[in-house]
Design a protein around this ligand. Structure first.
Ligand code: FES
Length: 130
């Protein structure tokens, strides 16, 4: 996705600045943010994969548990996201489940862009800032 300036008239919801772009390293630790989903307090996580920033609701489709373990969400190879509870794996770029107990399913993706050296989240749907 191309960079989108904060003042873009195409966007109707204000962007939330998640973190500096440099905080997300390819295949590295996730940046977590408190959010509300369907009125319930939870978290979202943001990662970088193949140079691009992605964000997901931090909720595994298997049992609804948080995906991460203290911010760790990538497999050792850094090519898949992996649930810390029972090892389900997901494509980092789409959230599609690729293995484990919750196939077929996918993570809930958030709309993410980068502009001005910052990672931006554009809340929509049932997920909103806490
Ligand atoms: S809660 Fe994620 S695989 Fe079971």
């Amino acid at each position: 996705m191309a960079d989108t300036p904060l003042s873009s008239k195409r966007m109707t919801t204000p962007a939330i600045e998640v973190c500096p772009s440099t905080d997300l390293v390819d295949g590295g630790l996730a940046h977590k943010l408190p959010v509300r989903h369907a009125g319930e307090a939870t978290t979202a996580f943001f990662v970088r994969y193949e140079g691009r920033a992605y964000g997901y609701l931090n909720r595994c489709p298997h049992m609804g548990s948080p995906l991460d373990w203290e911010g760790h969400v990538f497999t050792r190879a850094g090519d898949q996201l992996m649930c810390a509870r029972h090892g389900a794996t997901f494509r980092p770029d789409t959230g599609e489940c690729t293995g484990g107990p919750c196939q077929p399913s996918r993570l809930s993706a958030l709309k993410v862009t980068e502009a001005g050296q910052a990672v931006l989240w554009w809340p929509e749907g049932k997920t909103e800032p806490a």
